[in-house]
Design a protein around this ligand. Sequence first.
Ligand code: DON
Length: 587
Amino acid sequence: MIRYHHFCTFALFAIGGLLSNLVSPTLSAEEIVRPPRKPVEVVQGKLGVVTSDTPLASEVGRDILAKGGNAVDAAIGVAFALEVTWPEAGNIGGGGFMMIAPPDEEVVCINYREKSPANVDTKSFVNWKQRKHIRMAGVPGTVRGMALAHEKYGKLPWHEIIAPSIDLAREGIVVDPYLAYSLNLVFSVDYIQKLPRFAEFRRVYGNPNGRPWKPGDKLVQADLAKTLTLIAEDGPSVFYEGAIAQKIAAESKRGGGLITLEDLKQYTAQVLPAVEGEIGPYTVFGAPLPSSGGTTVLMQLRMLEALEFPTQSDDFWTVEQVHLMTEVMRRGFRERAAWLGDPDFVTVPTDITSEEHAWQLASTIDTSQATPSEDIAGDIPLAEGPYESSETTHFSVIDKDGLAVSNTYTLESTYGCRIVVPGTGMLLNNEMGDFNWYPGYTDRKGKIGTEPNLIAPGKRMLSSQSPTIVRENGKTKLLIGSPGGRTIINTVTEIVMQTLILDRPLDEAIDGPRFHHQWFPDAIRFEASDNGLFDEMKPKLEAMGHEIEANDVWRQGCANGIIVDLETGEARGVSDWRRGGGARAVE
Ligand code: DON
């Protein structure tokens, strides 16, 4: 009997082990078809609006508003629901920034950016090659961040806000074309299929029937339902000191990671004042350091204000506009590299977002010629070699009383480091990649080695996340943000310019083509655009000295925004087409 029992246990393990290697679908990257482009999704309402990367998460937010929760309750609900419905970026194992604008009060930012574990020094990642490894994980901040937002601003009980996400995880969600695309893409990667450390990833996200994911399939996440139940019942302490913390620390130790139980215990989120500045009749509020987002967006907008920016055109962008915006981005990103880092560790010049500083930078712009990026490197030495060696999601919520939330959070890469902590159904981030890994080594390919963002124990890595709130006459007018790594800053600058300066409807501003320049590499990156606009511009910009990088598939970010008509009080939610998001309004 005993021997029979042992045999069964062995057989179950063997079958389980086999299955964990068999369940993953095997489409090649070429066979995976991106869902066709759809129009941006638009809703309108006075009783509350939610826009996010999945219709299901937006519905969770809308239902929380409809049952009497406020925008912060709804935003927390959306954050947990995205963990279930958009696992490539939605997370409890990552971190981010939540901007909150209570009517008639200061705009604040909940900083729940990940922190470096204690056991590091500035050179810990020199020559480290593997981005999809548990060693890349920073100490997660999302659960503490949500709990802090709830403690300060929440109305409904914590467990009621998380309950819909538990149901979605336990009962399963119907996979839509975007989720099928995302999952099939990650499973097409050879090492995800093969390496033992991704066995839990294969078990959790593989299609149990052994074929690639198809729209209409069901994704059930039983372990995640249990994890969310623990968080709903016990609060953040279970994640940072209790059963979940134990599991994270154990997996980190087993897999060669850095996070310890003590690191988790030490993690704190903060309430910070927003970065703030007047642009024309508007006040722009951005995420403060350790995100470079608010500072760089504001610096760029101020430079554009200092220039004579042409506002009249029939085209979405003109050559002149793209040239000036590029010059502004080039300078914004140079300043970012020179000065920005976690303010708990570095002193950042207080005038970095001042008008004077922006004017001085703008005065170096030639309106008819590109400035080579090396010419503005200043005292940042550029290396010649040899050190050879983008996932996030944004959502916006406004409630009937005008309380507004603009939140970006991330796992860094799609599905973070792709390590699911065994038994939790939860992915960890790979945010350590946002630190400058090579002290003193800044190159023309885009590697940055400047001092302010070098790794240190307990330090937060510099982010580009730019959840933004714009007010006019003290009233919330625009909520916007996007994923996309360093492109986030430019996506937000472009949408703010399009809506508030060029006076385009938010629908068009989000729909239209985008471009990016980040100082190095010294090239403008055009988004794949189906109206031919950028193809036409290319020779003209090249004649001005710009290098252009374009390809047929690249999409720049995914902006989920809300704009308010301050006369009628009506909010208009717009969800980007780029990832198939959902906009929902309370009826
Ligand atoms: O915080 C940051 O700047 C990055 N970790 C964001 C990564 C990202 O947006 C990737 N998404 N597409």
